[in-house]
Design a protein around this ligand. Structure first.
Ligand SMILES: NC(=O)c1ccc[n+]([C@@H]2O[C@H](COP(=O)([O-])OP(=O)(O)OC[C@H]3O[C@@H](n4cnc5c(N)ncnc54)[C@H](O)[C@@H]3O)[C@@H](O)[C@H]2O)c1
Length: 325
């Protein structure tokens, strides 16, 4: 297998690349990432240094650079993690999201069909494309649910999903799409809820909590997501979408106070702040297609995964440069 991993220096991309290197040492892996503010080579650096994988710095929306990678590497499969991923940033300025999440995906698919037409393309997407549900009613979204994104981020991801699926219909490209819930684990950028809560609490700074804090997110350990992606990459049916969820819903308030208590910090550090515009109330998806079709089950219980994650942030205060924290 010759595998191209785009966005491999990000939180999930680097966890996935490490898992592939561990579990499939015979695969040839090329990691490609533009190293935006959210990219951190520390996550895959040891693999690059040891020669276990190769790395090229580049933008998925740079068609010449992408064509050169496809021409020289000839991947059998691409897993695309490359994206702008922070909802708040998309609300401030959405252009970078359209560039990477929409244009970048279109460019990769166009290059792929011209240079490696039998290559499989796995687009890593999000449950946010379905939009939200009220707190106390509504069934979890299946893969058949209409897309109803709320933020420029989720709208750009929905566009990418539809572009990806259109290539299966129009060109017969071998595509699959995964839609996962909120990931947690080591190495996530400090702007995201869990690392921000931990880092602020450990340095005795206020911990912001949006609005009433009742918004519900469904949490999954990044390694469970990566195991699902490996199953979808190897066994997913072409042209299909797979929801990925560990069925672990928690309100932001419960999660933040739980982290503060686990760290032995003062609950008074939590400071309600003005709610995010258009803030999705609750996410819930049905992952039975993945569980029954591809025999995937989550393996990391939330209590254990969260405790490990908190320990990791405590033990690795310098993972991100000071300006990112
Ligand atoms: N984090 C989550 O909870 C979650 C949940 C479901 C789906 N996803 C999706 O998974 C993917 C990875 O998320 P993440 O949390 O690891 O994000 P991240 O922000 O940590 O990493 C994104 C990576 O993509 C790179 N990148 C951005 N634009 C690029 C471009 N134009 N060309 C090349 N590289 C580029 C960045 O440098 C970074 O290394 C995203 O597509 C996201 O939408 C994330």
């Amino acid at each position: 297998m010759r595998l191209l991993v785009t966005g491999a220096a990000g939180f999930i991309g680097s966890a996935f690349t490490r898992m592939v290197a561990r579990e499939h040492p015979g695969w040839q892996v090329l990691a490609y990432d533009k190293l935006s503010y959210a990219g951190n080579l520390k996550g895959i650096g040891p693999l690059v240094d040891s020669g276990a994988i190769s790395f090229i710095k580049g933008d998925i929306a740079d068609s010449a650079a992408v064509a050169s990678v496809f021409d020289s590497f000839h991947p059998d499969a691409v897993v695309n993690f490359a994206a702008e991923s922070h909802v708040d940033r998309s609300i401030d300025d959405s252009m970078a999201f359209m560039h990477s999440n929409v244009l970048g995906v279109s460019i990769m698919l166009d290059v792929l069909r011209r240079t490696c037409p039998s290559c499989r393309f796995l687009q890593v997407s999000t449950d946010e494309v379905y939009g939200d549900l009220p707190l106390d009613e509504g069934e979890p979204f299946t893969e058949e649910a209409p897309l109803h994104p709320s933020s420029p981020y989720s709208a750009s991801k929905a566009a990418a999903d539809l572009i990806t699926l259109s290539h299966a219909r129009t060109y017969g490209t071998d595509v699959v799409v995964s839609r996962c819930t909120n990931n947690y684990g080591p190495g996530q950028h400090p702007e995201k809820l869990i690392p921000k809560t931990v880092m602020n609490a450990l340095s005795d700074r206020p911990v912001p909590l949006y609005g009433d804090g009742l918004n519900v997110r469904d949490w999954i350990h990044v390694d469970d997501h990566c195991r699902a992606l490996l199953a979808i990459l190897q066994h997913g049916l072409t042209g299909e979408v797979y929801n990925v969820s560990a069925d672990c819903p928690l309100s932001n308030r419960d999660l933040v106070y739980r982290i503060i208590a686990s760290l032995g910090c003062e609950p008074s550090l939590v400071q309600p702040v003005r709610d995010r515009p258009g803030h999705d109330r609750r996410y819930a998806i049905d992952s039975s297609k993945l569980r029954s079709g591809l025999k995937w089950e989550p393996q990391v219980p939330f209590d254990i995964g969260l405790a490990d994650t908190l320990r990791w942030y405590r033990d690795n205060p310098d993972y991100w440069p000071q300006e990112a924290r």
